[in-house]
Design a protein around this ligand. Structure first.
Ligand code: ADP
Ligand code: ADP
Length: 227
């Protein structure tokens, strides 16, 4: 369970986040919707530890993680730009996550192969192990990036516009894959999007940010359920 309380962040005079409080259950898939500049990325960066809040707390399973550096928080983040290693194959990009993770890095090659193969299968990339990152499509890069994060078995997986670069057809496929991954692995997901349909279609609950404030937190089916 992750508990955010009163998270506030200023950039100079700009209040990017104004007192956001939220409790997220394990296994929950949360979508974060809001217009550009509403504070979505700021919230993700605070949780990931890439920036510090001016006030408020972040607790994960009762532990205050606000003072921990990013790599000690047990979180995974998939960033918008994929951030893959261009000189490595698909396999090595995913294996990197396992070899170098903070807790229990895996060193035995047979074990690494087993886990990377299973993860590539999960994201639908079996057979692409030996491709260079320059030889796959944008959608495939997005999935390699996801696999590299998920293989580290994060408690919470933060996704910043994970479907943003995809066409409608591919987005539909990735949406199904993400749901299946959630059902298979039981990870808490926080999925940032500027796309209303995506937010409504993906999540158990959605949080709507506007001007740095959480103006709505509700299951998708209740969001437009007005008289
Ligand atoms: P979103 O992800 O919803 O587009 P952001 O979290 O990126 O929103 O931005 C929220 C607000 O904070 C915006 O007004 C933005 O201009 C401002 N902001 C974000 N990052 C910075 C920064 N590094 N320096 C100054 N202002 C920033
Ligand atoms: P996906 O839907 O899996 O992202 P696409 O539909 O974009 O894949 O592409 C279909 C096929 O074309 C894939 O097998 C992929 O390897 C190949 N392909 C697509 N884009 C590129 C690219 N930029 N470079 C090399 N191969 C590509």
């Amino acid at each position: 369970m992750m508990e955010l309380e009163g998270l506030t962040k200023f950039y100079g005079e700009t209040c990017a986040l104004r007192g956001v409080s939220l409790t997220i259950e394990d296994d929950e898939y949360l979508t974060l919707l809001g217009p550009s500049g509403s504070g979505k990325s700021t919230l993700l960066r605070l949780i990931a530890g890439l920036e510090q809040p001016d006030s408020g707390s972040i607790r994960l399973n009762g532990e205050d993680i606000a003072s921990l550096p990013p790599h000690r928080r047990g979180l995974g983040i998939v960033q918008q730009n994929y951030a893959l290693f261009p000189h490595m194959t698909v396999f090595e990009n995913v294996a990197f996550g396992l070899r170098w993770r903070e807790e229990n890095p895996v060193t035995e090659e047979a074990e690494i192969t087993k886990r990377v193969d299973a993860m590539l299968d999960l994201v639908g990339l079996s057979g692409f192990e030996n491709r260079g990152v320059g030889q796959i499509s944008g959608g495939q890069k997005q999935r390699v990036s996801l696999a590299r994060t998920l293989v580290t078995e994060p408690r919470v997986c933060l996704l910043d516009e994970p479907l943003g670069a995809l066409d409608a057809n591919l987005r539909e496929r990735m949406t199904l894959e993400l749901r299946r991954i959630r059902d298979t692995l039981g990870v808490t997901f926080m999925h940032v999007t500027g796309n209303e349909h995506e937010a409504l279609g993906m999540g158990d609950r959605m949080i709507v940010l506007d001007g740095g404030a959480a103006v709505m937190i509700a299951p998708p089916e209740q969001v437009f359920d007005r008289p």
